[in-house]
Design a protein around this ligand. Structure first.
Ligand code: ADP
Ligand code: MG
Length: 678
């Protein structure tokens, strides 16, 4: 079995599993091996009930104190039992699993493993799985991988497929030059893969991760060096600045900030220079990057070219589609939307309209980079929220045009030193000013006791006509908990707020249509409170929302919290952000303190970098940064610098030589870049 073989060639992976894996962007065996766990489930031994603490995932063994009780809570059915052991007892609840009532018998002993939470001041074991003794003792002491999933495939199935692939793949040979590996103290490739998927303990995981992170960052830099070596390319799409562009600019409901004007000039000077633009626009959340994209796209259309605007989520794509249509329709620009959730027929139509040039601007998710999407005359490629895309995706879209201009936009404020290594191939523009009508967001860090106050405050804001986001606790050990958390939370909220307050839930497991519908209703002000997972994080713009409350804020990275907070404070009204913490620790207090004290993304990024120690990392943080599968530029800043050093040691001439001698390394870089033939 080769890395480039289809996942179907893995024993046990059938047609249905293949479809699901494809949805996760896994097509080849190699993709599966690079589908790293997003965390690990640590199977700790049984605990006495009296020793349980809030927030942990724990296993207990006990018997029923009384018969199971069932009651309805909103649309949910809740089953409750009291479980006891020699040390004490605890209520245990399940949502929508009524069949358990007849399975649980008095007088029997059960092993249950689930999350310990606090409800009305008392600890509760929530939604535990019930295990046989045999099952449980086989797993104790192990770390089992938790993979990112999609509907239709279980964690168990992915685990099995990875196990099989690891034992059957032939090509997991070493490809790093041995002197590099020695200098950096890195373990072998195959061993590293094994250790990241199935570590025996934390040390193994950390060791495996270090090697793979290094690889990502090293290959990335070799790839950049290659692109750079090819130098600047003459552009086929030399733009002429058109007066109509000015007219459109003057018709906007606001005037550009100084920073927006400066960056727009930089973009125009690139696009009229005769060379291909390759520019990264960095700007804090809410600094107004979208309008820069719109202006650039409009110029391209005026010059007879097509523009592509690629965004990471469907929700964001449809939002951009609506706002661009509203802005550009009076100017007769033809705009289309291409996302993964279109029907086959709609997709075909969309592709035709793109191919014959009927659509002048195409907004879409990575459905746009599929093989059979062809543009008539693609002259400008824009990626929004660039940190969510890899170089490979940017390059693939680039390939669809004839040397189109490239503009990448990112709200991740990366400290300059790191940006220079990461985006070494691009020119950098910074939108370092916010629209003048904004009041700074007011922040507070509070614990869960404050929740009732927070709800009262929200009620007042709603009465004033504003809207609210609540970000729910993150997904934990169990696969379905994302959905449960959000729906349960929403149900509970609807008992607290009066019935005229419309509350809806939004989460990643919903179908794109439902998500879109809810987002549209929220934008139109029909929904007052939106309870969401982090799917809301990127780009969404609803200026009337004034309160953001983030539950379990301590579990997110600072950059992600800053992004989430950026969903409010986008209009003229005062906005508020409430960081709610479940577990208090000195470390999390300090980190959240930085956020509460500043709304400046660049300052926060620098503090974040200072605070994160290397080596203390366990598990894979949901950083929201998808430039790399594994590496986190903050946590791994040191490895990033090391990889930068190593890559620099290889001069441009040597790169060609190295590739000649080291075919495996060359294959790797090519695989990484997806398109470049070296
Ligand atoms: P981001 O940089 O986070 O992508 P957006 O482009 O979504 O920010 O802009 C945030 C909000 O600010 C939008 O509602 C947009 O219409 C508005 N906006 C953009 N530029 C200006 C400006 N110069 N003056 C006032 N409002 C602006
Ligand atoms: Mg944006």
């Amino acid at each position: 079995m080769k890395l480039s073989d289809s996942v179907r060639s893995i024993k046990g992976v059938g047609e249905k599993a293949e479809k699901c894996l494809n949805k996760l962007n896994i097509y080849q065996v190699g993709d599966l091996l690079e589908h790293y766990p997003r965390g690990y489930d640590e199977w700790k031994p049984l605990q006495p009930i009296a020793s349980l603490r809030e927030g942990e995932v724990a296993a207990v063994e006990g018997s029923l104190l009384s018969r199971p009780q069932m009651r309805a809570r909103g649309r949910l059915k809740v089953l409750t039992i009291m479980l006891q052991d020699q040390s004490g007892n605890i209520p245990v609840t399940w949502f929508n699993m009524p069949f358990l009532r007849n399975q649980l018998k008095m007088g029997m002993h059960y092993i249950m493993r689930g999350k310990v939470t606090r409800k009305n001041g008392r600890l509760v074991l929530e939604q535990p799985k019930i295990h046989t003794k045999q099952e449980f003792f086989r797993l104790v002491g192990k770390l089992s991988p938790i993979y990112p999933l999609t509907a239709g495939i279980t964690n168990r199935a992915v685990t099995k497929a990875v196990e099989q692939a690891l034992s059957d793949a032939e090509e997991l040979l070493e490809y790093l030059p041995s002197d590099v590996r020695k200098r950096q103290g890195l373990i072998e490739y195959k061993k590293a893969l094994r250790q990241i998927h199935f570590p025996a303990n934390k040390e193994e995981m950390v060791q495996g991760r270090k090697r793979l992170v290094f690889d990502e960052l090293f290959l990335y830099q070799l790839a950049l060096a290659y692109i750079k070596k090819n130098g600047r390319v003459k552009s086929e799409h030399v733009l002429i600045e058109k007066e109509d562009g000015e007219a459109f600019l003057h018709s906007l409901p606001f005037s550009l900030t100084g920073a927006q004007e400066k960056v727009y000039r930089e973009i125009m000077s690139d696009m009229t220079s005769g060379y291909v633009m390759n520019r990264l626009v960095q700007g804090d959340v809410g600094s107004g990057k979208t309008i820069l994209a719109v202006l650039s796209l409009y110029q391209v259309v005026l010059n007879g070219g097509q523009g592509a605007f690629m965004v990471p989520t469907e929700v964001l794509a449809s939002q951009h589609f609506l706002s661009l249509t509203a802005l550009l329709e009076p100017y007769h620009v033809r705009i289309g939307l291409l996302t993964g959730s279109l029907t086959a027929k709609q997709k075909r139509e969309a592709k035709n309209k793109i191919e014959d040039g009927e659509w002048e601007i195409v907004i879409g998710t990575h459905a746009m980079i599929q093989d059979d999407v062809r543009f008539k005359n693609l002259a400008l490629v824009i990626t929004d929220e660039q940190h969510r895309f890899g170089v490979k995706q940017r390059e693939t879209l680039f390939q669809k045009g004839n040397e189109p201009h490239v503009l990448a936009m990112s709200a991740t404020p990366i400290p300059r030193t790191l940006a220079l290594i990461l985006y070494g191939d691009m020119d950098l523009s910074v939108v370092d000013e916010r629209p003048a009508n904004r009041l700074p967001i007011k922040n507070c860090v509070v614990n869960t006791d404050y929740r009732p106050n927070a709800y009262r405050f929200m009620q007042k804001q709603i009465e004033e006509g504003h809207q609210i986001y609540i970000i729910c606790p993150m997904v934990d050990a169990s696969e379905d908990s994302e959905l449960e958390n959000v729906t349960i939370y929403t149900e509970e909220l609807s008992e607290i707020f009066p019935p005229e307050v419309t509350i809806e839930a939004l989460h990643g497991k919903m179908r794109p249509r439902e998500k879109e519908d809810i987002m549209n209703r929220f934008s139109e002000g029909q929904i007052q409170i939106l309870v969401s997972t982090t799917v809301i994080e990127v780009g969404i713009d609803v200026p009337n929302a004034t309160v953001m409350m983030i539950e379990n804020a301590e579990r997110f990275g600072l950059a992600q919290l800053h992004q989430l907070r950026g969903r409010v404070g986008r209009g003229a009204s005062q906005a508020y952000c409430i960081f709610m913490t479940g577990k208090e620790s000195k470390d999390s207090k300090e980190r959240l303190g930085v956020l509460a004290g500043s709304n400046d993304g660049f300052y926060i990024a620098n503090e974040d970098l200072k605070m994160r120690g290397q080596g203390d990392l366990f598990g894979i943080r949901q950083s929201g940064d998808e430039l790399f599968a594994l590496a986190d530029i903050f946590d791994d800043a040191d490895i990033l610098r090391q990889a930068g050093e190593e890559a620099k040691k290889i001069t441009e001439d040597e790169i060609t030589l190295l590739y000649k001698k080291n075919q495996r390394l060359k294959d790797r870089v090519e695989r990484y870049l997806g398109r470049v033939t070296l």
